[in-house]
Design a protein. Structure first.
Length: 350
């Protein structure tokens, strides 16, 4: 039922029952949207500043736009420029040992040159790093489109390439966290998961974004499978294999499509809520289901894999697939130019 409601929020359901449900929730959505707009306006009047440039990455909707892979790509790009990025996020379900949730741990593992900190108060999280030597040179705010108490030098918003505003309503009648015009605050808007999206649909998405004030040009990105972990094998080794998928992400169907495109046969899928705290029994149940389906191996998302790998090993081999974000057309040049402006201004003392 939770997955069905997520599809409802994204505008992917049809039928009289769903229409009635949306109608009953629209009054609450108007209230939610008005409160969100007032909160945003209040926060923007006198935003607080960090002592280093700030790049915000977020989205106008709840879930499913691939923020973590984008932040990973952005952090690696900053490192390649000689910067020392500090990635700041709220964190959900952080482990007592590391102080990070699974997304924070994956960023720390995949971009070891970056510092990663999580706290509902991002200023508090940043403070000890800004006192360190050498201190970070740029902050990346993860999932921060609505964290407007921060001054940001570059505001990047991610939207789904097919449904940038979900069902078009704010919560709880749709997936929007605030009214669509909020994309007008962005310096860059990136339409993600654009793989295979036909030109006609891209044109409609672009027109809708521009109508609500998004800046031009709208950038497009795709999620490309990068490697199979923990061994680091190329993803093409999945071809011809029977795989059982396990996923705790907002859009499990995109994971399934990616694996199928690699030439694997998907014999089963076990989904869990986003940020699911996996247990040994969860993995044992997946192993039983996978064996019953005749799978050769269990394949998890890059987000879920490290948590599952920390549990007692299943009978079948367990792998997880890491994806990377690739910008299309002149997207790399546009992003690099935006980063250059922000970092050059900081170097000049502006």
């Amino acid at each position: 039922m939770a997955r069905a409601f997520e599809r409802f929020l994204r505008g992917e359901t049809s039928g009289p029952g769903w229409a009635v449900l949306r109608g009953t929730l629209v009054p609450a959505a108007f209230v939610y949207g008005a409160v969100a707009a007032m909160r945003s306006a209040a926060q923007r009047r006198a935003p607080d500043r960090l002592a280093i440039p700030v790049i915000s990455v977020g989205n106008p909707t709840v879930g499913g736009t691939g923020k973590t892979p984008f932040v990973r790509m952005l952090a690696r790009r900053l490192v390649a420029r000689g910067e020392r990025p500090l990635i700041l996020s709220r964190g959900y379900g952080a482990s007592a040992a590391s102080g990070l949730d699974e997304e924070g741990e994956s960023l720390r593992r995949d971009v070891p040159e970056a510092s990663v900190a999580q706290d509902k108060d991002r200023f508090r999280a940043a403070a000890p790093f800004l006192r360190s030597d050498p201190k970070p040179t740029v902050a990346v705010l993860d999932d921060a489109a609505q964290a407007l108490r921060f001054h940001r030098d570059l505001d990047i918003q991610l939207v789904d390439a097919t449904r940038p505003f979900g069902a078009g309503w704010t919560l709880p009648a749709g997936a929007l966290r605030e009214p669509p015009r909020a994309v007008g605050r962005a310096d860059l808007v990136v339409a993600t998961r654009a793989d295979g999206v036909p030109e006609a649909l891209r044109a409609r998405t672009r027109e809708l974004l521009l109508r609500h004030g998004a800046p031009e040009p709208v950038l497009w990105s795709r999620h490309a499978p990068d490697r199979l972990l923990p061994e680091g094998d190329p993803p093409g080794t999945l071809a011809g294999q029977k795989v059982f998928l396990v996923s705790g992400i907002a859009r499990p169907e995109s994971f399934q499509a990616t694996v199928a495109e690699l030439g694997a046969t998907v014999v089963g899928l076990r989904t869990h809520p986003d940020h699911h705290p996996y247990t040994a029994e969860d993995l044992a149940a997946v192993d039983r289901a996978a064996r019953g389906a005749g799978a050769d191996l269990i394949l998890a998302t890059g987000k879920d894999g490290p948590k599952l790998a920390a549990l007692p090993a299943p009978g079948l081999p367990l792998h997880y697939l890491e994806v990377v974000v690739a910008l299309e057309a002149d997207g790399d040049e546009v992003l690099d130019a935006a980063l250059e402006r922000v970092l050059r201004t900081a170097d000049d003392g502006g």
